[in-house]
Design a protein around this ligand. Structure first.
Ligand code: NAD
Length: 327
């Protein structure tokens, strides 16, 4: 049984708490959040202890592992303090807001491999099936990848302000997926625009398109929007020399309707990450607990987090300076 503390009891902290509570090899031992109302409401809902200061988590003998769901600017300090205290770590994306912080994390971790990055989409059953089938050679050599990721609604302004911008906060998942499929990236071109005035006022984009070229000459396109009228739009297509493998949006049931003005109509797509990726978070936790139990290196690693952040920086430069960025 792995005793887990959750640091940060916000949106993603609550998602992880549900996954931990449902897992037979995990126990939710402690919830930490400096905002007492947040710590209390998550902890007391499940009858577990809570605290306000992360130092208490790291000092606790009742905690084997921590899940870090604090705002991004705290991730590196929380990772390093947890590892120094001998805890295993599952940390949310992105690893940091600044590349220099991610470099510090890598440097101070050295050979330590006890930290897993929360790139949950790698564990999504649909996307991981495509990944396995690509790896098995089912569509020959992969030549192009298309990743579509649109959120149903923009996050609150205060979240956007601390998020590091769309490339680091949102596209980071897709940068990781592109690396997962195509390996290292050598060229990045990005453009961005706004349909959301509140986000524009913060100097951030809310719609972006990024094109990337891998070291092996394969290409990927990522399409992101902070808003989408029909829900959480999560699709992927791998195009290879022998065919394509693609995944459409998931709906709650497989029921389809035909009528006078519709054919093949399904119910709404799943609303947001809590529903769409519930299996991914469960399988991510499962992979984490397996690595905790057998002591194997965590994957995706902090190096993966660093590389995705490097792509976010390159995309930011490309979109603002209107040029191809070579890595
Ligand atoms: N993998 C995913 O699908 C996914 C989804 C959403 C968010 N995230 C990531 O999770 C992190 C949190 O995002 P969120 O949407 O849950 O934000 P949120 O604002 O809903 O929650 C953050 C929580 O952290 C708490 N907090 C603030 N300072 C803290 C500190 N010093 N120590 C501990 N807790 C602190 C806040 O009180 C709040 O309860 C971000 O890094 C974000 O990028 C990942």
């Amino acid at each position: 049984m792995t005793r887990i503390a959750i640091i940060g009891a916000g949106r993603i902290g609550q998602v992880h708490a549900r996954a931990v509570l449902a897992h037979p090899q995990a126990e939710l031992a402690l919830v930490c959040d400096p905002f007492e109302a947040n710590a209390r409401s998550l902890a007391e809902a499940h009858g577990v202890a809570w605290c306000l200061d992360a130092a208490e988590v790291f000092a606790s003998d009742d905690v084997d592992a921590v899940i870090i769901g604090s705002p991004t600017r705290f991730h590196v300090d929380h990772i390093l303090a947890a590892v120094a205290a001998g805890k295993k770590v599952l940390c949310e994306k992105p690893v940091a807001l600044e590349l220099s912080e991610a470099e510090r994390c890598l440097r101070e971790l050295g050979e330590n491999t006890d930290v897993m990055m929360g790139f949950n989409r790698r564990f999504d059953p649909t996307f991981s099936e495509i990944h396995h089938r690509v790896a098995d050679g089912e569509i020959g050599d992969v030549q192009q990848l298309i990743v579509v990721s649109r959120d149903p609604a923009a996050p609150p302004a205060e979240y956007v302000a601390g998020s590091g911008g769309i490339f680091k906060d949102m596209t980071i998942h897709d940068f990781d997926m592109v690396r997962f499929f195509l390996g290292d990236i050598v060229e990045v071109v990005a453009i961005g625009t706004n349909v959301d005035e509140a986000i524009a006022a913060q100097g951030d984009f809310d719609q972006v398109i990024v094109t990337l070229k891998s070291a092996e000459g394969r290409m990927a396109t990522i399409i992101n929007s902070r808003t989408c009228s029909f829900g959480y739009d999560q699709r992927l297509e791998a195009f290879g020399s022998e065919g394509t493998l693609s995944a459409d949006n998931l709906t709650a049931t497989a029921v389809r309707k035909a009528s006078g003005n519709q054919t093949e109509a399904k119910s709404r797509v799943m609303d947001f990450f809590l529903d769409r990726y519930v299996d991914a978070y469960r399988l991510e936790l499962d992979a984490f607990l397996t690595a905790v139990a057998d002591g194997s290196p965590m994957s995706p690693s902090v190096r993966d987090g660093y590389e995705a952040l490097r792509l976010a920086d390159a995309a930011t430069i490309s979109a603002h300076e209107g040029r191809i960025v070579s890595l």
